[in-house]
Design a protein around this ligand. Structure first.
Ligand SMILES: Cc1cc2nc3c(=O)[nH]c(=O)nc-3n(C[C@H](O)[C@H](O)[C@H](O)COP(=O)(O)OP(=O)(O)OC[C@H]3O[C@@H](n4cnc5c(N)ncnc54)[C@H](O)[C@@H]3O)c2cc1C
Length: 332
């Protein structure tokens, strides 16, 4: 991999080498990207992706990095962050947006244009691309309900449009998670609404969010997907795990589905705590939790096993707690 060659080929591109991704992730953790590139247009992304594909460079796409844990060893190859590609154009009832634009900003623009349908998204801190990839949603709404079409790019540089149906949206899922295509532009289809009613809804949801979520700390939002028939937060609370500290990470005392960075946490702290929670809930309730947050990158050798004592301590303190709820027998 040769960053010099990349700069020579794209002299106008904004490129940083060996850039710590903890500067960009919402958890404030994660190792460096070999190169981090900040394109501003669809065509620039297409040119980069095509060239990097021909060079055999691995390419990772980031939006606002609010649903990601980047491992402490960082990411090899090229990382393309789309946050500078953020144009928003409102025309009649539709909004055409480049996918680096913040979802919160698009929701605000809809309100300012008296368009209803994106109120639910007023506090989701992702980019439009991340929201499409994840089919982001909150308070009964999901982006799939208001997307008309998405312009996507294949990893070898072919650009084309997908209709809403072709995106195969479902709970926290879109087709992009299988195809690895990159979302470049989205057209939202909204309906005319009363600005006061829209504003009231957004204020109500903002109140709910700020009163229930630990927004005062870095985090990656809800760590786990909602398992059918259960509430993750309640499972974690009932297992006595709320407030558990793991290195610099902690299961939030305000919302048990969040893990917050309270004291210079590493990605390893996050990942080990996630694994511990999964193990405990599987043992206690027989429920296999699945992460909503995406974990990417490479481990850092210096951090592997750093928390072994913590693991042992937490496991034995959990067993002690569990015995008070449910006496341990040979079967459990
Ligand atoms: C405090 C807090 C509250 C949150 N609340 C909610 C909530 O209410 N509802 C909800 O759904 N989520 C919530 N989230 C999670 C997160 O904001 C969403 O999942 C969001 O959609 C992720 O967007 P992003 O741009 O940050 O994606 P990133 O974290 O940058 O990336 C997530 C994944 O999407 C991929 N990706 C990003 N952009 C593109 C693109 N253009 N094309 C293809 N792939 C792409 C990445 O490769 C990665 O795999 C919350 C997070 C935080 C920190």
């Amino acid at each position: 991999m040769n960053a010099k060659k990349l700069r020579k080929h794209f002299p106008n591109a904004s490129i940083k080498e060996n850039e710590p991704l903890s500067k960009y992730t919402y958890t404030k953790t994660g190792g460096p990207a070999d190169v981090l590139i900040f394109p501003k247009t669809k065509e620039e992304v297409q040119g980069l992706v095509k060239w990097l594909y021909e060079q055999n460079w691995p390419v990772t796409i980031l939006g606002n990095a609010s649903n990601l844990i980047v491992k402490d060893g960082g990411i090899r190859g090229a990382v393309i962050i789309l946050t500078d590609m953020n144009q928003i154009v409102v025309k009649d009832n539709s909004i055409r947006v480049l996918t680096g634009a913040p979802l919160i900003e698009v929701s605000k623009r809809a309100y300012q244009s008296s368009l209803t349908g994106l109120e639910f998204a007023c506090g989701i801190p992702g980019s439009i691309g991340g929201a499409v990839y994840m089919n982001a949603g909150a308070y009964g709404g999901e982006v799939r309900e208001v997307i008309r079409k998405v312009t996507v790019l294949t990893r070898d540089g072919e650009m084309f449009e997908r209709t809403n149906e072709e995106m195969e949206f479902s709970y926290r899922h879109s087709k992009l998670q299988e195809t690895d295509e990159i979302a470049l532009e989205v057209v939202f289809e909204l309906t005319e609404g009363d600005p006061e009613t829209i504003k009231e809804k957004m204020d109500e949801l903002t109140y709910l969010r700020t009163s229930k979520q630990p927004l005062e700390y870095p985090s990656c939002g809800s760590v786990f997907k909602r398992p059918t028939g259960y509430f993750t937060g309640k499972l974690i609370q009932d297992a006595g795990l709320q407030g558990l500290k793991w290195g610099g990470a902690q299961v939030s005392t305000k919302h048990a589905g969040f893990i917050v960075n309270i004291d210079n946490a590493t990605a390893t702290d996050y990942i080990e705590l996630i694994e511990h929670i999964k193990e405990v809930i599987l043992d206690k309730d027989g429920v296999q939790l699945e992460t909503e947050v995406k974990i990417i990158g490479e481990d850092h050798p210096a951090f592997i096993g750093a928390n072994d004592t913590l693991i042992k301590k937490a496991t034995s303190s959990f067993k002690a707690k569990l015995e008070t709820i449910m006496p341990l027998t040979e079967e459990n």
